[in-house]
Design a protein around this ligand. Sequence first.
Ligand SMILES: [Mg+2]
Length: 365
Amino acid sequence: MVRKIIHIDMDAFYASVEQRDNPSYRSLPLVVGGSPTQRGVVAAASYEARRYGIHSAMSSRVAIKKCPSLIFVRPRFEVYRAVSEQIHEVFARYTDLIEPVALDEAYLDVTQNKQNIAYASTIAKLIRGAIFKETGLTASAGISMNKFLAKMASGTNKPNGMTVILPENAEAFVKALPIEKFHGIGKVTAAKMHSLLIKNGADLKQLSQQYLIQHFGKAGEYYYKIARAQDDRPVQANRIRKSIGAETSFAQDLSDRESILLELQEIARTLKQRVDKHQASGRTITLKIKFSDYKQITRSKTLLVAINDLETIELYAVQLLESVDFNSQSIRLLGLSLSNLDNDNNAIPIQLPLFELFPTPNEMS
Ligand SMILES: [Mg+2]
C-alpha cells in the first residue's frame, strides 16, 4: 500500500513568533540568538534578514556586517515550546502517527486518519489553516509517499506553501533535484559528489549501490534508495530521545571554581561508567546547572562524531561550564548527560549539516 506522509515545517519559526508578538519587529530584518557585540551564532533569521544573505548558524559578527540595522532578539524557548504544543494538538486531530523532528517540524502519517479524509493534501490544507487561525503563524507542507519526498516537498514552496509529489512524479522529481538540495546530503558530501561528477538525482541513479558504499560508506545505501525515490523509514510516533546522564545535588551550595570543577569531573566519571554500561556513545553533551535560587540552565554542544571517552567528556563539560555566566551565584546541582546516542535506531547514516557543530537552538536555554 502506498503511504501518505505529510511533512509540516513552520516558516522561519522563532523569528516569526517574535514578529507576531512584537508588531514593531514586523517586516524588518531580525534574528533570534546571537548578539551585535558578542560572539555567538544566529539561531533563526526572518525572511527580511534572509534577503541580506543572513541565515541560521551564521556568526553574529558576519550577520551584522551584512545588515547593520539587524535586530537581535533573545530566544524565548518557553513561548516556542508552547506554540509547538499548539501545532501538535492540531496534528492530533488527524493522526496519532506524529514524529517530531524539531519544535517546528514534524512528519505525519495520514494513510489512515481519524477523519477518514481521502486526500492527504486536503488534510495538509486543513492543518495549515488551523495553525494560522490558532497561532497566527504560517506553516509549509510537503505531501508524498515517504518521509524523504515529503521533506523535499515542504521546502519547495516556502514560505506559506504546499507541494504534493505524487508517486508517479516521484522519480522525475528526484532526477531533476540538484545534489546539494537532497535532504541528508550535506556540504561536504555534496562537494565530494561533485568531484565524482554527480550533480543531480539522475547522475546519482546511474551508480551502483556497491560504488556508492565504496565511496560513502553505509550512507551509500541510503543514497542508492533515495535516488530511486525510495524511503521505507516509518513515521515513528513517541520517538524517545534517549540520553544517559549523571547529576549531583550538593548538601552545601558550591561557589568556588575549584570545587565546582572537581565535582564536575566526578560527575563526568559517573557518566562515563553509565555510558560504558550501555555500550553507548553520543554526539550531544549537555551540562545542567541549578543555582541556589533554584533557577536552572542547560548548555549543550553537539559534535560531528559520537564520543564516549572520559577525556573528551571532561573537555567539553569544562568548556560548557566556562560558557556560563555565574554572576557570582552559587550552585545547588550539577549534571551532565550525553544524548543523540549512536545506538539510537532513529539515526540514519547521513552527512550532518554544518550547524550541528554548534548548540542546536532547541538545546540552548
Ligand atoms: Mg521551520
